[in-house]
Design a protein around this ligand. Structure first.
Ligand code: HEC
Length: 196
């Protein structure tokens, strides 16, 4: 078992549902970073949603889809450059293969599903952990993204043939359909190298 995998397994055992902290002792430096991460997500998620809503309203779903296609990674790259924090979106059923989760993200997404099944509010699910790899410390954080009604146009069970065709063209391996309102669509995922 690799050290990072072990760290996650251990911290998940230690975690209880009322705390998000992976570690038993709270570190004020890490806590402060998490506050920044939450703000970064608001910023990134807000910018993305604004573009999406604007395009849906003025030009319709196909244009909005192109916005997602082009803008999501562009906005993420801009935010990362400014903050030094790498930010992205991932999912157990990704649309864009570039957003596919790594081992740590799969484990956290599965825990989110379990916690939701136990009655936790999916809008509040978050998790973080400091991982050590070859002497380098990295802070990783995830926050669940629930599915809302407007999301169903492109992620739901009944997608118009026109949108379906466009999705097929852009994402031949698309898995991100068949979601219902309240399902966990995916998560924001952030990481940052910590100084020694
Ligand atoms: C107009 C169509 C459209 C709507 C509406 C839409 N999405 Fe998406 N969504 C996309 C496309 C296209 C992608 C792929 C973006 C990319 O290439 O990175 C995507 C990707 C995602 C991803 C990244 C993971 C993945 O599957 O690649 C998440 C998370 C996501 N959408 C959540 C949502 C949520 C939550 C809503 C509602 C607030 C929503 N989407 C509404 C089209 C849409």
């Amino acid at each position: 078992m690799k050290p990072t995998t072990f760290a996650l397994t251990l911290s998940l055992l230690l975690m209880n549902s009322t705390t998000i902290a992976a570690e038993t002792e709270k570190d004020p430096i890490i806590e402060a970073k998490i506050v920044t991460y939450r703000a970064t997500i608001k910023d990134f998620g807000g910018a993305l949603k604004a573009k999406l809503v604007e395009a849906l309203k003025s030009e319709g779903a196909i244009a909005a889809l192109e916005v997602c296609y082009v803008e999501a990674s562009k906005i993420a790259a801009e935010k990362s450059k400014v903050s030094g924090i790498t930010i992205g979106r991932t999912s157990l059923k990704p649309r864009n293969a570039d957003n596919a989760p790594d081992h740590w993200e799969i484990a956290v997404l599965n825990v989110f599903e379990e916690r939701k099944a136990q009655g936790e509010d999916p809008t509040k699910l978050e998790f973080y952990e400091v991982l050590e790899n070859e002497g380098q410390k990295q802070l990783r954080y995830m926050k669940a993204i629930p599915t809302d009604t407007p999301c169903l146009t492109c992620h739901g069970g009944e997608i118009t043939p026109e949108i379906q065709a466009k999705l097929q063209e852009l994402y031949p391996d698309d898995q991100a359909i068949g979601f219902k309102q309240g399902d966990i669509r995916g998560a924001f995922t952030l990481k940052q190298i910590l100084p020694e």
